[in-house]
Design a protein around this ligand. Structure first.
Ligand code: F0G
Length: 482
């Protein structure tokens, strides 16, 4: 929080905005919540919005937009080719990142598709701090493989390391030596490392990685989808940047990497995506694919209204008050849980509060998907929808065996500027109840398992009748309360 102290000494996250439009939400009785979970095949992706009280599935495409973003949508210039909206967005993006070229794409994974088509060749390696599900799927689809070079600290649930998303420089040097630089299709740094709990990457680390890539002639790709949380942490955790303007930090990032891409469902609080580069050759190659897969070059599969909202949202993301909101609310929830010894990823990161399902459900083997089970139990306990980020979100090995995730997390994402502090208190209350009754939570097994990105559509069922037992205990403890 920017320079704000409370007389009481308490650390209260303060909303730096006011609410001017609201959406009514409903809390269903616990029996109905179990019914909805069953109908959704114990997969929170398959729940219906009308059955959910607090939707913490993701911050993707569900962030609150400002009045200026809505106003800009009215000025959108709709045309198949040459729309003014495109040029406005291009100006904002090339100015913010200090890069020459911008290519529009309909969302983050579409950017990954285009980049992978151009840069990934069979039997090459994409070295990265950590993978994201869609990134890995696009690289492996092109015959490449990924290698994760996150620092060992990144895998520790509880840590005091302020930049757990950093790439391990020794591992990077060793991987280049082992494979040879010609076998490395690119190095990728993901800001605000998603799957290890929204953990940031320091500027010092990015500078070191960039130096090695430049010396070896390897392209450095930067996934900026979770940039804003990462920028907040650079400002408050990296002393050198304490007094640096957010915009200047972004410019420096742009100067260190070859390609930047992002999901504008996250960055810019709208819907869409984009790729930036100053490399003419790569730009021309990628440009050929945009009309083929996305749409004409001046809209790239996006609605011009969303492009206007994105342009304004990106400019607003250079404001420290705005970007502080998610991290300070994540921290508030994490602290409430840590006070009750509930295992969450520390230090609190961006994106959401990440509960460690391996410890929370230590009685469940990974083969029974403890984070998926915890996500189901969380919905039954409080109508709160989180996302499984563990073994269920992995792809099976080529031989069909399970690939057990490094971490079993239940992610409770904070859509930007959506929830209030009392809602955060409610979430903490229900998790604390669930923790006290954690021995009741049982495992899950697949009844329908898709081959690719199985967590999106897969259907599961509980092993035993634990959900009924959980509902029974809820009624004993809460009476006829919702
Ligand atoms: N990269 C990162 C770091 C992401 O978090 C996401 C999406 C993508 C790429 C893909 O972007 O969804 O626009 O195609 N993350 C969402 C999430 C889905 O819920 O964390 P997309």
């Amino acid at each position: 929080m920017p320079n704000l102290k409370f007389f009481s000494g308490e650390n209260i996250p303060l909303e730096m905005h006011k609410v001017r439009m609201v959406q009514k939400i409903n809390l269903q009785p616990v029996e109905k919540r179990l019914e909805s979970m069953r109908a959704a095949g114990f997969n929170t992706f398959l729940l219906k919005n009308q059955d959910i009280f607090l939707d913490m599935l993701t911050d993707s495409g569900v962030n609150a937009m400002s009045e200026k973003q809505y106003a800009a949508m009215l000025e959108a210039d709709d045309s198949y080719a040459g729309s003014e909206t495109y040029y406005r967005l291009e100006n904002v993006l090339t100015d913010i990142f200090g890069m020459k070229h911008f290519l529009p794409a309909h969302q983050g994974r579409a950017c990954e598709h285009i980049i992978s088509q151009i840069l990934v060749k069979p039997q090459t390696f994409a070295l990265m701090n950590y993978h994201f599900t869609t990134t890995k799927a696009h690289i492996t689809r092109m015959g490449g493989a990924i290698e994760e070079l996150i620092s060992d600290e990144g895998f520790k649930i509880q840590s005091t390391n302020l930049f757990k998303g950093n790439m391990d420089i020794d591992k990077l040097n060793a991987a280049i030596k082992q494979h040879g630089k010609e076998k490395i299709c690119f190095v990728r740094i993901e800001a605000g490392t998603n799957l290890i709990g929204g953990q940031p990457v320091s500027m010092k680390n990015l500078r070191e990685v960039s130096k090695i890539c430049r010396a070896e002639g390897i392209k450095l790709v930067y996934d900026a989808s979770l940039l804003t949380d990462n920028l907040y942490f650079i400002k408050i955790r990296e002393p050198e940047y304490k007094n640096t303007e957010v915009k200047e930090i972004v410019r420096e990032i742009g100067s260190l990497v070859d390609i930047i891409y992002f999901s504008a469902r996250k960055l810019g609080a709208a819907r869409g995506g984009g790729i930036l580069t100053s490399d003419n050759e790569i730009f021309h190659k990628m440009r050929e694919l945009i009309p083929l897969f996305e749409g004409f070059l001046t809209y790239g599969g996006m609605s011009v209204r969303e492009m206007e909202a994105m342009a304004v949202g990106l400019q607003e993301s250079m404001d420290f008050d705005v970007i502080s909101q998610t991290p300070i609310f994540v921290e508030a929830l994490c602290n409430e849980l840590l006070a009750k010894n509930i295992p969450v990823v520390t230090p609190p990161g961006g994106l959401g509060c990440h509960v460690d399902a391996k410890q929370f459900c230590s009685h469940l083997p990974q083969a029974q998907y403890p984070s998926g089970a915890l996500a189901s139990a969380m919905f039954i306990a409080g109508g709160i929808r989180g996302m499984e980020r563990g073994t269920l979100s992995e792809q099976r090995n080529a031989d069909g065996t399970e690939r057990f995730a490094d971490m079993e997390l239940l992610r409770l994402a904070f859509p930007k500027r959506v929830f209030t502090l009392s809602q955060v208190k409610y979430i903490a209350d229900r998790i604390i109840w669930l923790y006290q009754n954690r021995s009741l939570i049982g495992g899950l097994k697949f009844v329908e398992e898709p081959k690719v990105l199985r967590f999106f559509f897969g259907r599961l069922e509980p092993i035993g009748n634990w959900p009924e037992q959980l509902v029974k205990k809820f009624r004993e403890d809460f009476g006829d309360s919702l």
